[in-house]
Design a protein around this ligand. Structure first.
Ligand SMILES: [Zn+2]
Length: 111
């Protein structure tokens, strides 16, 4: 598996997808709520699942303590605390190799 540091265009693409998602959710809320709230809820969940599975396919994570590189399960990717600082995006994760909990850098998979 090859990987590299994400660059500006990766962040821009993630932000664009997130924006599209929020626009779809916001726009459809006017049409579907409150009468068809279940349809809207389905749209919210389906969109979220799509976003997370896309993100999962793109990204791997490297433990800062031992250097182990790994992928995340759907739920961990969804619920782990996320953040961005001057060095890029990070998640608070427990490494499967050394079991240390730390701010883990996000890396991009390269084919
Ligand atoms: Zn580790």
């Amino acid at each position: 598996m090859k990987f590299s540091k994400p660059d500006q265009s990766d962040y821009a693409r993630s932000a664009a997808y997130l924006l599209i998602y929020l626009l779809v959710i916001g726009g459809s809320a006017f049409r579907l709520l409150p009468d068809q709230w279940y349809l809207w809820g389905l749209l919210v969940l389906a969109g979220l699942a799509l976003l997370v599975s896309w993100h999962r396919g793109q990204m791997v994570y490297q433990c800062p303590k031992c250097g182990h590189v790994y992928k995340l399960s759907f739920w961990v990717d969804l619920v782990a605390p996320h953040g961005v600082d001057k060095d890029g995006a990070w998640l608070l994760l427990r490494c499967p190799a050394c079991r240390q909990r730390s701010k883990t850098r996000v890396l991009k998979r390269v084919e």
